[in-house]
Design a protein around this ligand. Structure first.
Ligand code: ADP
Length: 499
């Protein structure tokens, strides 16, 4: 760890705070309090105590932010050359890297995640801006062959004002993967970070402003889903919504969008399988499974939460996995432990309840299965890394997203059975496949009903790879050039050429 980062971490751990956090919504290029004056607190999950407060917005603040974005769309932003837009986004990427330590410390304190993971998320956010910066001046349309006397072409126009509802598990990453392509396309944005983790979205908006983004192009309203999120997605001034969160909330957002016929992308949950065949590189599979479910304490939409393993390898693999899991130390995210806390008391209670219920239905615990307390863990919200083997694949612990460090185990005898288990839930976000056989990997990649497949390395790829789900995992794709298309609409222009 560098001396500068070390000093920031020490200060945060000693005082329980970070000095100079942004105060207020970011609207029209400046921080401002809620019009109602209301505030709420953000908690340090590693200690279970409040560490800072922030503005609690409502529909009045949302109206103001949407108005600022609409005005910005008609000004300098619209007239700016696409290449100049790209330069601003590139400068933003550089500023994120320059401020990476501070952003990561704030992210870790606010979300509970390990500092090393927060640093990775911040680098990923910078990479999103770098990637889409290069796309600004390449949003080309087509020409259509209409014959000698006509001319046909398409333009890719910005959608307009876009709303971004951001969850608490990957605050800066999710903000960046939505904001960067929206801005690259020429949209103006209003983001609503989760009430559990409001700070890095505000810091990001400030950095974008410092990078040269005109006032009002990027606005952030903080507050609860009900008070600030709901009026934003229901606002008639919003032209596109990108929502990342739970299935239940996503359904409500879709209903609100329908009332205004607003386009939307829904990135919801998952119950993603990791298929492990006996011929695989066992070491790579062990690493993959550990990362798939214990990174960010399992609070990942694309977590590999179901180990689906060939029967002949099962006992040996489970033995090794349990060894690894037992060696995972728990601690405050800023101390970079093996695994950090979960994000909230509510989340901890939900995980506890789901695992306990599965156990009463006969599920066998191979590891964990309880929350963790102890002097060094204080009042933080810790759940032990857990491996649970249900009696039946229809059990809720296999079918429902836990959003915690809980891995289920299911065995299979044949490739057909593995495929059936992989497709055996209502979700379809991602899937991992570990096998040495190329043909099998690609047969399964073809037949698994999911938006993204990882072969022999879970979480392989980056911002270049489109990401999104099928079925209950939602629809639409973020990241990659497909992610950019959410923020443009096609206009066709056909003209007659007179002789
Ligand atoms: P969780 O239940 O895990 O907090 P949610 O899907 O409810 O997950 O939250 C994800 C994001 O959606 C957060 O930013 C939250 O504030 C926001 N949100 C919650 N309810 C609504 C709503 N009705 N409309 C818009 N956004 C909402």
């Amino acid at each position: 760890m560098s001396a500068a980062l070390d000093a920031l971490v020490k200060e945060a751990l000693t005082t329980g705070r970070v000095a100079g956090l942004p105060d207020g919504h970011f609207i029209g290029g400046r921080f401002q309090p809620s019009q109602s004056g209301a505030r709420m607190e953000s908690f340090d999950p590693g200690r279970g105590t409040a560490f800072a407060s922030f503005a609690a917005g409502d529909s009045t603040d949302v109206d103001e932010a949407v108005g600022a974005a609409q005005r910005a769309l008609e000004g300098r932003w619209r007239d700016m050359k696409p290449a100049e837009r790209g330069r601003i986004l590139q400068r933003a990427a550089s500023l994120i890297v320059e401020n990476a330590h501070r952003l990561a410390v704030v992210e870790s304190l606010d979300s509970g995640k390990k500092l090393a993971e927060a640093l990775g998320d911040v680098r990923g956010a910078a990479r999103a801006f770098e990637y889409y910066a290069g796309a600004c001046d390449k949003l080309q349309g087509d020409t259509m062959p209409l014959g000698r006397d006509h001319f046909g072409m398409t333009l890719h126009e910005p959608m307009g004002v876009t709303a971004h509802i951001i969850p608490w598990n990957y605050p800066i990453s999710t903000a960046a993967r939505g904001l960067a392509p929206a801005l690259a396309a020429g949209c103006a944005v209003v983001a609503k970070p989760a009430e559990q983790t409001p700070f890095t979205a505000l810091l990001l908006a400030e950095l974008l402003h410092d990078a040269g983004l005109p006032d009002g192009v990027c606005n952030v309203v903080t507050g609860t889903g009900r008070e600030a999120g709901a009026p934003l997605v229901a606002h008639p001034g919003i032209d596109q919504i990108t929502f990342t969160g739970s299935v239940a909330t996503g359904i409500g957002v879709m209903q609100a969008a329908a009332a205004n016929v607003t386009q939307l992308v829904l990135e919801l949950g998952g119950k993603s399988p990791v298929l492990v065949f006996a011929d695989c590189d066992v070491e790579a599979a062990l690493n993959g499974v550990m990362e798939a479910i214990y990174e960010n304490a399992g609070q990942i939409c694309s977590a590999g939460s179901r180990l689906v393993i060939e029967a002949s390898l099962k006992e040996r693999f489970l033995g090794r996995l349990v060894e690894r899991v037992s060696a995972l130390t728990l601690g405050h995210g800023l101390t970079d432990p093996g695994m950090g806390p979960v994000n909230s008391a509510a989340q901890l209670t939900k995980i506890e309840g789901m695992v306990a219920a599965a156990v009463t239905r006969g599920a066998r615990l191979h590891a964990g299965g309880t929350k963790a307390e102890g002097s060094e863990l204080g009042h933080g919200w810790f759940y032990r890394p857990t491996i649970v083997e249900p009696v039946q694949g229809s059990d809720a612990i296999v079918q429902e997203e836990v959003f915690g460090p809980v891995l289920t185990v299911q065995g299979f005898e044949s490739e057909e059975e593995a495929l059936a288990l992989a497709n055996g839930t209502g979700y379809g976000l991602v899937a991992g496949i570990y096998t040495a056989e190329f043909g099998r990997a690609h047969r399964l990649a073809r037949d698994i009903d999911a938006g993204q497949i990882f072969i022999n390395e879970y979480f392989a790829g980056g911002v270049e790879m489109p990401f999104g789900g099928n079925r209950r995992s939602g629809f639409g794709r973020e990241k990659g050039l497909d992610g950019l298309r959410n923020y443009t609409r096609v206009k066709s222009i056909a003209a007659r050429i007179f002789r």
